[in-house]
Structures are given as structure tokens and as C-alpha cells.
Design a protein around this ligand. Structure first.
Ligand code: IMP
Length: 182
């Protein structure tokens, strides 16, 4: 069993599906931790783990992710959470109204605190920003992100389908490999 410090049930569900594959149960530890405004997801994750080190017992994981839109110079990137709450998906679509280049990618960084040591695992997923929101599955920016090689948005996919190609699926599979090799 491993504890996942998050308040996001969508992330928890994605993690559960992948780690079930190696026989590891995931327990949600619903608490907030400081998300420092860093330059990279890894920096944010390492800061969070360091803070959690004093507050929780045992092994835990955290995950930070972001959407990076090429024509917006990588925005919202590390500000994805704040931008989702303020501008929202409609705000992103508006910023890109006359934009032909719609390339974007998601990044995920998982931090694992194991035996008091911090280890990180990264994942990415290339794709494009759709012209309008489509689908109601998943969470966050899922309805406006079309992964490469697909015509549907993440919002139109089931969790298992999304996991196979997503940034978080990529990162969690690396974590699963690490946990298995220990
Ligand atoms: P955080 O990792 O919880 O800080 O997430 C940053 C922002 O990106 C939040 O608004 C999330 O909803 C969004 N986000 C993170 N991962 C995904 C994803 O897999 N699909 C869509 N939106 C995501």
C-alpha cells in the first residue's frame, strides 16, 4: 500500500488503476501541502516532499502536472492550477481564438518519499488544443486536450484509455517499475 497525498479524486483514480497492475493499493491522504511557485514541476514536487517529510509518517507520493501550450510560450505551465481556477478552459480557448498552431503537451512529475529519500518520475503527453470543449470525463483541461494520434479529447475517454497515453500514466508506470525493483 502507498499513500497518495492529493485532494484530486481524478488523479487518485488514474494512479489506482496503474498501481493495481503491480498489486499495490493506493490510499488517498487528502491534505494540502504548499505548492511553491517554481520554474519546473520537479522543483515544486521536491519542495512539497520536503515539507511533507516533517508532517507525515511512512512512504507517500505526490504529483504535480501542467499544460504547456506552444503558441502561448508554454503558458499556463507551472501556473496551470491557478489559470484553471481563474481563466478556465474557455479563457485558454479565447487566448487561442485565431491561432493555427495548436500544439501543446502535458507534463507530470511524481515525487516519492521512501525511507526518507525523495525520488521523482516524469511523464509527458504530446497533443493539440481543440477548437471547443468536448466530453465530460476526466478532470481539469481534459475536454480541450487531444492527444497525438487521436481525434477525441481526454474528456471523451475512459480512465484506462487516457492512462495508456497520458503524461500521468507515463510517470506512474515509471514509479511502478521502481517500486517493483526495490
Ligand atoms: P496540479 O498538478 O493539481 O497542480 O494541476 C495543475 C492543473 O492542471 C489543474 O488545474 C489540473 O486540473 C490540471 N491538470 C493536471 N493534470 C491534468 C490532466 O491529466 N488532464 C487535465 N487537466 C489536468
Amino acid at each position: 500500500m502507498i499513500r497518495f497525498v492529493t485532494t484530486n479524486k481524478g488523479k487518485l483514480q488514474e494512479a489506482e488503476r496503474i498501481l493495481a497492475g503491480i498489486g499495490t493499493d493506493v490510499e488517498m491522504l487528502s491534505m494540502e501541502y504548499p505548492e511553491m511557485q517554481g520554474e519546473s514541476l520537479k522543483e515544486v514536487v521536491l519542495f512539497g516532499l520536503n515539507w511533507l517529510r516533517q508532517k507525515v509518517e511512512g512512504d507517500v507520493i505526490i504529483e504535480d502536472s501542467g499544460l504547456f501550450v506552444e503558441s502561448l510560450g508554454g503558458f499556463p505551465g507551472v501556473f496551470s492550477s491557478y489559470v484553471f481556477k481563474t481563466l478556465g478552459m474557455d479563457g485558454i480557448l479565447k487566448l487561442m481564438e485565431s491561432e493555427k498552431t495548436r500544439r501543446a503537451h502535458f507534463e507530470s512529475c511524481i515525487g516519492l518519499l521512501v525511507d526518507d529519500e525523495a525520488v521523482t518520475f516524469g511523464g509527458t503527453c504530446e497533443g493539440t488544443i481543440s477548437e471547443r470543449t468536448r466530453g465530460s470525463k476526466g478532470f481539469g483541461y481534459d475536454p480541450i486536450f487531444v492527444p497525438k494520434g487521436e481525434s477525441r479529447t481526454f474528456g471523451e475517454m475512459e480512465t484506462d484509455e487516457k492512462n495508456k497515453i497520458s503524461h500521468r500514466g507515463d510517470a506512474f508506470r515509471k514509479l511502478a517499475g521502481y517500486l517493483q525493483s526495490r
